[in-house]
Design a protein around this ligand. Structure first.
Ligand code: ZN
Ligand code: FE
Ligand code: FE
Ligand code: ZN
Length: 259
């Protein structure tokens, strides 16, 4: 079964293509479970996410599409939520959705994955940034607020690689993910970034497999062309590491399927 749970809509102001176009593309590609996971509202960085005001419309649009396409595609509703202590909101955390992806995009107030703020990397020690990043992922897992870990090693995107072994840096976070029963997504967006690798890397996916952490799949599409892009590579990586099953969510409950 082909699964893609991580897709954006125009409501985040940095994606193009309509919900219907994404769905038609997913159907053409043979995807069977397809999830929308718009950047959830937050009182920070408001320009890059749906607003609290429009949450209801976003959810209604996806649910209407689910009805419209019910014979052709299994559509799921979710949010990609920023792990950002002090800025997480119960309206999002308690939303009536199928799944919540938890993602670290900010260290303090630094949006480290935004090319606008890439200059900040020059002012910082790379190993310290990686440590801070995985400490945030660990805290996110320990919070128990989310179902899926978004792009586990996003911090590598611009190819600022640490001197310390990445396994050492990520291990406490992976142990916390295993304890929290969260699911790791294999996210293909890294293929289109300077690092040109899936999230997570093979090395970290092997660690996750050894810890018994389940997986799901996401293309993190912000354009029509990105829907399902790199999917074959994601499958090949998962299989070569030993995975045979993946997880989808309905109303925050896990469903295991063969992929
Ligand atoms: Zn985005
Ligand atoms: Fe993200
Ligand atoms: Fe995303
Ligand atoms: Zn993302």
């Amino acid at each position: 079964m082909k699964i893609d749970l991580h897709n954006h809509t125009t409501r985040c102001n940095h994606a193009t293509g309509t919900i219907d176009q994404y769905i038609e593309r997913a159907i053409d590609l043979g995807i069977e479970v397809y999830g929308f996971s718009e950047h959830a509202p937050m009182d920070f960085d408001e320009g890059y996410r749906v607003s609290f005001e429009d949450m209801g419309d976003y959810e209604a649009d996806v649910l209407a599409a689910r009805e419209r396409y019910r014979d052709r595609l299994d559509i799921r509703l979710g949010y990609e939520v920023d792990w950002f202590p002090g800025h997480m909101d119960d309206r999002v955390l308690n939303a009536d959705v199928d799944f919540l992806i938890g993602s670290v995009h900010f260290l303090e107030k630094w949006g480290f994955d935004n090319p606008e703020f890439i200059g900040e990397w020059e002012a910082r020690d790379i190993d310290t940034v990686w440590r801070d990043y995985f400490a945030a992922v660990e805290a996110m897992a320990e919070s128990g607020l989310f179902d899926i870990v978004g792009h586990l090693d996003l911090i590598k995107l611009f190819k600022h690689l640490p001197a310390t072994d990445i396994r050492t840096l990520a291990h406490p976070a992976l142990e916390a993910i295993a304890r929290s029963d969260m699911v790791l997504e294999i996210n293909t967006a890294g293929l289109r970034k300077p690092v040109a690798e899936l999230y997570p890397s093979r090395t970290l996916l092997e660690e996750a497999f050894a810890l018994g952490i389940p997986i799901t799949f996401g293309s993190d599409a912000h354009t029509l062309e990105q829907v399902g892009a790199g999917y074959d590579q994601a499958i090949a990586l998962a299989q070569s590491v030993g995975y045979t099953q993946a997880v989808t969510f309905r109303k925050r409950n896990k469903q295991m399927v063969k992929f």
